[in-house]
Design a protein around this ligand. Sequence first.
Ligand code: UD1
Length: 339
Amino acid sequence: MKILVTGGLGYIGSHVSVLLLEKGVDVIILDNLDNARIEVLDRIEAITGKRPIFEQVDLKDQNLVKALFATYPDLDGCIHFAAHKAVGESLKQPLRYYENNIGGLIHILKPLTRQGIPLIFSSSCTVYGQAQELPITEETPLKPSSSPYGFTKQMGEQIIQDSCIANPNFRAILLRYFNPVGAHPTAQIGEYPQGIPQNLVPFLTQTVIGKRPILKVFGSDYDTPDGTCIRDYIHVMDLAQAHIESLNHLISSSQSPSCEIFNVGTGTGASVLELIQAFEDATGEKVPYTLSAPRAGDTVVAFADVTKIERKLGWKAQYTLHEALKSAWDWEKQIDKNP
Ligand code: UD1
């Protein structure tokens, strides 16, 4: 089997590439190195003993995308991660987000739909906004996004759904990730934020290692048991495995609907304070933190109903929050040694 992984040197893409290679799949990684490091290729090889094919291609360049699909005419599937993903940045540079996330998607959809190559799309629970009812199912109504980044996920889903309707031989799975955290158990690959991390776990690990003075807990007066926001944190290894099950499903069951949506979470929420406590329990380290003002635009509570993915794909999260946080800490210590 030959699979194209766009954004395959990024955080989630690199973990998925490792699992694919371990299953004996031929992996072609496409990445423009905009927010990823070429060293990740060596790390993937060190973990798996196999070096994926690497193509440095920017999906915004339609001609390069065409040439890529001409070079690999026998692809069995595509997993599409390549996208910008910072909410705050997207508010400042909306056109950059729309051009890259929507333009890039359209450029790969043209050959994929023409050739009937199945697609897995990385979407986000951000499409739900603050849901009225919890846990969030795939039927929970979507809310207009509060950022261009979020809109690119909603539009991306719509564009793929429309493409499935228009092309009966084209099939896709849209995975709505909840909050991915943690790193590969070898600590060779993980999340490598550029600049000041915006997400909780990389900010926390950088604080504990001494790169940041203190972690600010954004909001402590919300209507939750301890006043802090609640999220569904999922180990990146579990999330990666969900892509493998999705691919198996797409390739083996041609009877299923041409475009299916799945939440990927653990089904359990943790508050920011619970996460800090879990980190301290898992690592024995103390987290310096302070209660601070809410972050504008934050969703208060989000956690997934994972019944559908369990039932249809037979996938269920295996790792605990403690294991995820321990792996995030091992990864942070490793980055500190090999920046
Ligand atoms: C964020 C994005 C979301 C995106 C997801 C990808 C925002 C507003 N949302 O989700 O669109 O799909 O990342 O991973 O950026 N927190 C702190 N202190 C910090 C950082 C975060 O208390 O320094 C809190 C937040 O208020 C939130 C929780 O930690 O309650 C998780 O935050 P974060 O990791 O940024 O994820 P999301 O906001 O859920």
